[in-house]
Write a protein that binds this ligand. Structure first.
Ligand code: ATP
Length: 243
Protein backbone atom coordinates (compact mmCIF):
# COMPACT_ATOMS: atom_id res chain seq x y z
CA UNK A 1 0.00 0.00 0.00
CA UNK A 2 1.46 3.35 -1.06
CA UNK A 3 0.94 6.05 1.63
CA UNK A 4 -0.95 9.05 0.14
CA UNK A 5 1.49 11.48 1.79
CA UNK A 6 4.45 9.97 -0.10
CA UNK A 7 6.04 12.80 -2.14
CA UNK A 8 5.89 10.66 -5.29
CA UNK A 9 2.43 9.24 -4.63
CA UNK A 10 0.89 9.85 -8.07
CA UNK A 11 3.86 8.43 -9.88
CA UNK A 12 4.01 5.34 -7.64
CA UNK A 13 0.29 4.67 -8.04
CA UNK A 14 0.66 4.91 -11.83
CA UNK A 15 3.63 2.51 -11.76
CA UNK A 16 1.69 0.06 -9.60
CA UNK A 17 -1.21 0.17 -12.05
CA UNK A 18 1.06 -0.31 -15.07
CA UNK A 19 2.76 -3.26 -13.34
CA UNK A 20 -0.56 -4.88 -12.37
CA UNK A 21 -1.96 -4.42 -15.87
CA UNK A 22 1.24 -5.88 -17.35
CA UNK A 23 0.80 -8.97 -15.18
CA UNK A 24 -2.82 -9.22 -16.40
CA UNK A 25 -1.75 -8.92 -20.05
CA UNK A 26 -3.34 -5.49 -20.67
CA UNK A 27 -0.04 -3.61 -20.85
CA UNK A 28 2.73 -5.11 -22.99
CA UNK A 29 6.26 -5.43 -21.57
CA UNK A 30 7.30 -2.80 -24.14
CA UNK A 31 4.57 -0.58 -22.68
CA UNK A 32 6.44 -0.55 -19.36
CA UNK A 33 9.51 0.84 -21.12
CA UNK A 34 7.39 3.50 -22.86
CA UNK A 35 5.94 4.51 -19.48
CA UNK A 36 9.43 4.92 -18.03
CA UNK A 37 10.45 7.19 -20.87
CA UNK A 38 7.37 9.29 -20.23
CA UNK A 39 8.20 9.59 -16.51
CA UNK A 40 11.67 10.89 -17.28
CA UNK A 41 10.31 13.67 -19.49
CA UNK A 42 7.65 14.48 -16.90
CA UNK A 43 10.41 15.07 -14.34
CA UNK A 44 11.92 17.62 -16.70
CA UNK A 45 8.52 19.26 -17.13
CA UNK A 46 8.21 19.61 -13.34
CA UNK A 47 5.24 17.18 -13.35
CA UNK A 48 2.91 20.10 -14.03
CA UNK A 49 0.67 21.18 -16.88
CA UNK A 50 2.37 24.16 -18.49
CA UNK A 51 0.46 27.14 -19.86
CA UNK A 52 1.21 26.11 -23.42
CA UNK A 53 0.05 22.51 -22.73
CA UNK A 54 -3.20 23.94 -21.39
CA UNK A 55 -3.64 25.90 -24.61
CA UNK A 56 -2.90 22.71 -26.59
CA UNK A 57 -5.53 20.88 -24.52
CA UNK A 58 -8.13 23.56 -25.34
CA UNK A 59 -7.12 23.37 -29.00
CA UNK A 60 -7.56 19.57 -28.90
CA UNK A 61 -11.07 20.06 -27.52
CA UNK A 62 -11.81 22.54 -30.32
CA UNK A 63 -10.77 19.98 -32.94
CA UNK A 64 -12.80 17.20 -31.31
CA UNK A 65 -16.06 19.13 -30.87
CA UNK A 66 -16.02 20.48 -34.44
CA UNK A 67 -15.05 17.16 -36.08
CA UNK A 68 -17.48 15.13 -38.22
CA UNK A 69 -16.20 11.76 -37.07
CA UNK A 70 -13.84 12.13 -34.09
CA UNK A 71 -12.18 8.95 -32.82
CA UNK A 72 -10.09 8.26 -29.71
CA UNK A 73 -7.61 5.44 -30.35
CA UNK A 74 -6.77 3.53 -27.17
CA UNK A 75 -3.77 1.27 -26.47
CA UNK A 76 -2.87 -0.83 -23.41
CA UNK A 77 -1.10 1.90 -21.41
CA UNK A 78 -3.93 4.37 -22.02
CA UNK A 79 -6.55 1.86 -20.92
CA UNK A 80 -4.51 0.93 -17.83
CA UNK A 81 -3.95 4.51 -16.70
CA UNK A 82 -7.06 6.30 -17.85
CA UNK A 83 -10.11 4.12 -18.64
CA UNK A 84 -12.46 6.33 -16.58
CA UNK A 85 -10.99 9.53 -18.04
CA UNK A 86 -11.56 8.18 -21.56
CA UNK A 87 -15.23 7.59 -20.64
CA UNK A 88 -15.52 11.22 -19.46
CA UNK A 89 -13.93 12.53 -22.66
CA UNK A 90 -16.13 10.32 -24.82
CA UNK A 91 -19.21 11.73 -23.08
CA UNK A 92 -18.03 15.33 -23.47
CA UNK A 93 -16.89 15.05 -27.10
CA UNK A 94 -19.18 12.33 -28.54
CA UNK A 95 -16.06 10.70 -30.01
CA UNK A 96 -15.97 7.02 -30.89
CA UNK A 97 -13.42 4.90 -29.03
CA UNK A 98 -11.48 2.20 -30.87
CA UNK A 99 -8.81 -0.13 -29.49
CA UNK A 100 -5.63 -0.19 -31.61
CA UNK A 101 -2.51 -2.04 -30.53
CA UNK A 102 1.07 -2.38 -31.71
CA UNK A 103 1.46 -5.72 -29.91
CA UNK A 104 -1.91 -7.00 -31.07
CA UNK A 105 -3.35 -10.31 -29.98
CA UNK A 106 -7.03 -11.25 -29.81
CA UNK A 107 -6.55 -11.85 -26.08
CA UNK A 108 -5.22 -8.32 -25.45
CA UNK A 109 -7.95 -6.79 -27.65
CA UNK A 110 -10.59 -8.57 -25.52
CA UNK A 111 -8.95 -7.67 -22.18
CA UNK A 112 -8.57 -3.99 -23.06
CA UNK A 113 -12.08 -3.73 -24.49
CA UNK A 114 -13.40 -5.35 -21.29
CA UNK A 115 -11.49 -2.96 -19.03
CA UNK A 116 -12.80 0.06 -20.96
CA UNK A 117 -16.38 -1.22 -20.95
CA UNK A 118 -16.18 -1.89 -17.20
CA UNK A 119 -15.47 1.84 -16.84
CA UNK A 120 -18.47 2.80 -18.98
CA UNK A 121 -16.68 3.42 -22.30
CA UNK A 122 -18.65 2.54 -25.45
CA UNK A 123 -16.05 0.70 -27.51
CA UNK A 124 -16.52 0.42 -31.28
CA UNK A 125 -16.82 -3.11 -32.56
CA UNK A 126 -17.02 -4.67 -36.01
CA UNK A 127 -14.80 -6.39 -38.52
CA UNK A 128 -11.19 -5.27 -38.32
CA UNK A 129 -9.41 -4.83 -41.67
CA UNK A 130 -5.81 -4.00 -42.63
CA UNK A 131 -6.64 -0.50 -43.79
CA UNK A 132 -3.71 1.70 -42.72
CA UNK A 133 -0.54 1.94 -44.85
CA UNK A 134 1.66 0.15 -42.28
CA UNK A 135 3.48 -3.18 -42.30
CA UNK A 136 2.84 -3.91 -38.60
CA UNK A 137 -0.33 -4.78 -36.72
CA UNK A 138 -1.41 -1.20 -36.04
CA UNK A 139 -2.63 -1.33 -39.65
CA UNK A 140 -5.71 -3.23 -38.40
CA UNK A 141 -8.64 -0.94 -37.78
CA UNK A 142 -12.37 -0.50 -38.27
CA UNK A 143 -13.65 1.10 -41.48
CA UNK A 144 -16.38 3.06 -39.64
CA UNK A 145 -13.90 4.10 -36.92
CA UNK A 146 -10.25 5.07 -37.36
CA UNK A 147 -10.31 4.64 -41.15
CA UNK A 148 -13.14 7.12 -41.69
CA UNK A 149 -12.21 9.52 -38.87
CA UNK A 150 -11.37 13.12 -39.72
CA UNK A 151 -9.93 13.95 -36.28
CA UNK A 152 -8.16 11.27 -34.27
CA UNK A 153 -6.79 11.53 -30.73
CA UNK A 154 -3.97 9.04 -30.29
CA UNK A 155 -2.47 9.26 -26.79
CA UNK A 156 0.97 7.62 -26.43
CA UNK A 157 1.36 7.03 -30.15
CA UNK A 158 4.23 5.68 -32.19
CA UNK A 159 5.76 7.73 -34.96
CA UNK A 160 4.97 5.32 -37.80
CA UNK A 161 1.26 5.27 -37.32
CA UNK A 162 1.15 8.99 -36.72
CA UNK A 163 2.80 9.51 -40.11
CA UNK A 164 0.45 7.00 -41.77
CA UNK A 165 -2.61 8.74 -40.35
CA UNK A 166 -1.33 12.16 -41.43
CA UNK A 167 -0.65 10.81 -44.95
CA UNK A 168 -4.34 9.86 -45.07
CA UNK A 169 -5.25 13.52 -44.51
CA UNK A 170 -6.41 13.19 -40.91
CA UNK A 171 -5.95 15.70 -38.12
CA UNK A 172 -3.86 13.76 -35.60
CA UNK A 173 -3.76 14.90 -31.97
CA UNK A 174 -1.31 13.18 -29.68
CA UNK A 175 -0.45 13.32 -25.99
CA UNK A 176 3.27 12.71 -25.57
CA UNK A 177 5.60 13.85 -22.80
CA UNK A 178 8.53 13.68 -25.22
CA UNK A 179 8.53 16.80 -27.42
CA UNK A 180 11.36 15.30 -29.49
CA UNK A 181 9.65 12.06 -30.52
CA UNK A 182 8.79 11.43 -34.16
CA UNK A 183 5.15 11.33 -33.09
CA UNK A 184 5.32 14.77 -31.50
CA UNK A 185 6.96 16.26 -34.57
CA UNK A 186 4.61 14.57 -37.05
CA UNK A 187 1.27 15.15 -35.33
CA UNK A 188 -1.03 18.02 -36.27
CA UNK A 189 -1.19 18.89 -32.58
CA UNK A 190 0.93 17.56 -29.71
CA UNK A 191 -0.02 17.96 -26.09
CA UNK A 192 3.21 17.73 -24.11
CA UNK A 193 1.66 16.72 -20.82
CA UNK A 194 1.04 13.59 -18.78
CA UNK A 195 -1.95 11.56 -20.00
CA UNK A 196 -3.94 11.67 -16.75
CA UNK A 197 -3.41 15.44 -16.37
CA UNK A 198 -4.20 16.15 -20.02
CA UNK A 199 -7.43 14.17 -20.49
CA UNK A 200 -9.51 15.98 -17.79
CA UNK A 201 -8.42 19.35 -19.21
CA UNK A 202 -9.55 18.36 -22.72
CA UNK A 203 -12.85 17.08 -21.29
CA UNK A 204 -13.42 20.31 -19.36
CA UNK A 205 -12.66 22.42 -22.42
CA UNK A 206 -15.10 20.40 -24.58
CA UNK A 207 -17.91 21.66 -22.37
CA UNK A 208 -16.68 25.25 -22.14
CA UNK A 209 -15.54 26.38 -25.60
CA UNK A 210 -18.18 28.18 -27.68
CA UNK A 211 -18.26 27.37 -31.43
CA UNK A 212 -16.71 30.64 -32.66
CA UNK A 213 -13.81 30.29 -30.20
CA UNK A 214 -13.19 26.72 -31.39
CA UNK A 215 -12.57 28.01 -34.91
CA UNK A 216 -10.04 30.51 -33.55
CA UNK A 217 -8.14 27.82 -31.59
CA UNK A 218 -7.99 25.68 -34.74
CA UNK A 219 -6.88 28.55 -36.97
CA UNK A 220 -4.08 29.49 -34.58
CA UNK A 221 -2.84 25.93 -33.93
CA UNK A 222 0.94 25.73 -34.49
CA UNK A 223 2.44 22.40 -33.45
CA UNK A 224 6.06 23.55 -33.66
CA UNK A 225 5.28 26.45 -31.35
CA UNK A 226 3.79 24.03 -28.79
CA UNK A 227 6.88 21.80 -28.97
CA UNK A 228 9.27 24.74 -28.61
CA UNK A 229 7.33 26.03 -25.60
CA UNK A 230 7.58 22.60 -23.92
CA UNK A 231 11.33 22.50 -24.57
CA UNK A 232 11.69 25.99 -23.10
CA UNK A 233 9.87 24.87 -19.92
CA UNK A 234 12.25 21.90 -19.65
CA UNK A 235 15.32 24.05 -20.31
CA UNK A 236 14.19 26.52 -17.65
CA UNK A 237 13.64 23.75 -15.09
CA UNK A 238 17.06 22.28 -15.84
CA UNK A 239 18.77 25.65 -15.60
CA UNK A 240 17.32 26.27 -12.13
CA UNK A 241 17.21 22.66 -10.88
CA UNK A 242 19.80 23.09 -8.14
CA UNK A 243 19.19 26.72 -7.22
P1 ATP B 1 8.40 7.79 -31.82
O1 ATP B 1 8.28 6.69 -32.82
O2 ATP B 1 7.29 8.78 -31.86
O3 ATP B 1 9.76 8.47 -31.70
P2 ATP B 1 8.56 6.33 -29.31
O4 ATP B 1 9.48 5.23 -29.70
O5 ATP B 1 8.97 7.32 -28.29
O6 ATP B 1 8.00 7.12 -30.49
P3 ATP B 1 6.70 4.79 -27.86
O7 ATP B 1 7.75 3.94 -27.29
O8 ATP B 1 5.51 4.17 -28.47
O9 ATP B 1 7.18 5.75 -28.96
O10 ATP B 1 6.38 5.76 -26.66
C1 ATP B 1 5.29 6.44 -26.44
C2 ATP B 1 5.58 7.84 -25.94
O11 ATP B 1 4.62 8.07 -24.92
C3 ATP B 1 6.96 8.10 -25.32
O12 ATP B 1 7.59 9.12 -26.05
C4 ATP B 1 6.67 8.61 -23.89
O13 ATP B 1 7.37 9.80 -23.63
C5 ATP B 1 5.20 8.90 -23.93
N1 ATP B 1 4.49 8.57 -22.68
C6 ATP B 1 4.60 7.44 -21.94
N2 ATP B 1 3.77 7.48 -20.88
C7 ATP B 1 3.12 8.67 -20.95
C8 ATP B 1 2.11 9.29 -20.16
N3 ATP B 1 1.59 8.70 -19.08
N4 ATP B 1 1.65 10.50 -20.56
C9 ATP B 1 2.14 11.10 -21.68
N5 ATP B 1 3.09 10.56 -22.46
C10 ATP B 1 3.58 9.36 -22.11
Amino acid sequence: MIPPDHPRYRSLVARERIARCAREGIVSLEGIAAHGRGEAFDYLLGERTSESALLAEKTAAAFLITAKNPVISVNGNTAALAAGLIRDLQQASSASVEVNLFHRTEERMTLITGLLEDHGVRVLSGTFERLLPLSHDRAWCLRQGIYESDVILVPLEDGDRCEALRSMGKTVITIDLNPLSRTSRTASLTIVDELTRALPQITRACGEIPGEQATKFIRECDNTRFLKSALRVMEGNLAHALD
